[in-house]
Design a protein around this ligand. Structure first.
Ligand code: FCB
Length: 457
């Protein structure tokens, strides 16, 4: 396998998100986000840490762009922190916040790296959460207004836009399981947050197109490859439910303009959706996009079991069990299934045959050891990366319209509920000194991008 097996237009990038890397949470007029408050809640974050400093990227963006230039990537996916632009989620844009992202985009462009900006990677202004957060319809309108301000100001330097990152996580991890900000456990009502997130996406689309006539706009969904543990009706139903809530509940409205009725029925939310998710909402949500971003990490194998005692991220389907198939796992406990990447591309492609697809995140956490000589040899992460790049090639050979691949992540960062205890970077970050060091996985990517053949398979 070598880079030239892919078309020259294929986009090779790395990805990050604002709260995970920026730090500087109280500087230059940035307001509080739901992650600032949630990370201070006792017990919410595995290592008790916050994103207050993180990778200090806010002060080190120039260096981080150089790191990427040395890697040889074509593109960088980052996110814009809404509370840097509107401290309380409404009103005039903060010019200092906008200037930070303009400067970043200009530095990237100067090094030949194309910026891909995500408008919402989970840092909702806390003031909006206090007004109900994503359970309130008004938050969708606030998101569209924010998106208009950002794209009006930055559309001349950024043409690739992603509205939302993983609305499943924002809604079901944030409002059902409560393991992500804002940490609420509202059961099936969390599905209403999903609708308001998607509505925000739909309302933002025309604003972005108005502001940036040449915009390339999409949304990033976290899709899972799904298997039933057996052919028994109960296990097949378990798989249907998780595929429904995790994949189809987001794919169907965006690609087809409807919510899957079986999922509304599993949730017991049919009445609310029929009264509140108006046809006009679904028309906005399903307006044409230029690409679908897919974040792929793993496969779920499901069987019918017994309900656990903790608040579930799959409300209404609490009795479904996730089966350990014995496959190798990353440090997250996520099974490694490179062929699942092809599955999720097939799944998206079948719903929208003309739509370009991008893997906007894929990567792995491993426990890294810094050698005596300061190097970080991460053979597990390098192999994960190699196998998933090979799966991208396989997908293209099958004729799937895959246009690019972004590694999660450029560098180690604040991994949400896991804090700094999980490292996803291909570049190591020493949190005491903020020194960045490319790992073996980064060196593999650089050699591959430079045209070297990978012969390890
Ligand atoms: C995804 C998130 C990203 C990162 C990876 C590991 O769900 O979008 O921010 O945390 O998982």
């Amino acid at each position: 396998m070598k880079r030239s097996d892919f078309p020259t237009s294929f986009v090779w990038g790395t990805a990050t998100a604002s709260y995970q890397i920026e730090g500087a949470v109280a500087e230059d007029g940035r307001g509080e986000s739901i992650w600032d408050t949630f990370s201070r809640r006792p017990g919410a974050i595995a290592d008790g840490q916050t994103g207050d400093i993180a990778d200090d990227h806010y002060h080190r963006a120039a260096e981080d762009v150089s790191v990427m230039a040395d890697l040889g990537v074509d593109a960088y996916r980052f996110s814009i922190a809404w509370p840097r632009i509107q401290a309380n989620g409404t009103g005039a844009a903060n010019h200092t916040g906008l200037a930070f992202y303009r400067d970043l985009a200009e530095r990237l462009l100067a090094r030949g790296i194309t910026p891909w900006a995500t408008l919402y990677h989970w840092d909702l202004p806390q003031a909006l959460e206090e007004r109900g957060g994503w359970l309130e319809r008004d938050t969708a309108y606030r998101f569209a207004e924010y998106s208009a301000k950002v794209t009006d100001a930055l559309g001349d330097v950024i043409s690739n836009w992603i509205t939302l990152n993983e609305p499943w996580c924002s809604s079901f991890l944030g409002y059902a399981a409560g393991v992500h900000a804002p940490g609420r456990q509202e059961g099936t009502v969390a599905a209403r947050a999903a609708h308001h997130l998607l509505l925000g996406h739909g309302l933002a689309l025309p604003e972005i197109r108005r502001a940036v006539p040449d915009a390339n706009v999409g949304i990033s969904l976290n899709l899972y490859s799904i298997r039933a543990a057996s052919e028994s009706p109960a296990d097949l139903d378990a798989a249907r439910r998780i595929d429904g809530l995790g994949n189809r509940f987001f794919l169907d409205p965006v690609l087809r303009g409807s919510y899957p009725e079986d999922v509304l029925s599993d949730l017991g939310e049919g009445a609310w959706f029929h009264d509140n998710a108006a046809p006009a909402d679904l028309a906005s949500i399903s307006a044409p996009i230029d690409f679908l971003g897919i974040n792929y990490y793993s496969r779920h194998t499901l069987r019918a079991g017994a309900a656990g005692t903790e608040a579930s991220a799959y409300p209404g389907s609490e009795f479904v069990e996730f089966v350990d198939t014995g496959a190798d796992k990353t440090q997250m406990g996520w099974e490694i299934h490179p062929d699942g990447l092809v599955d999720v591309l097939e799944m998206a492609h079948s719903g929208a045959p003309e739509l370009p697809l991008y893997i906007t995140e894929n990567g792995s956490a491993y426990e890294d050891v810094v050698g005596d000589d300061g190097t970080i040899d991460d053979p597990g992460r390098a192999e994960y990366l190699r196998q998933h790049v090979a799966a991208c090639l396989e997908a293209r050979q099958r004729g799937l319209p895959l246009g690019g691949y972004f590694v999660w992540s450029l560098m180690d960062n604040f991994e949400w509920a896991w804090g700094y205890s999980r490292r996803f970077g291909i570049v190591h970050v020493d949190y005491d000194t903020q020194v960045r060091t490319p790992k073996t996985s980064a060196r593999w990517l650089t050699a591959f991008l430079a045209g070297n053949a990978d012969t390890s398979a």
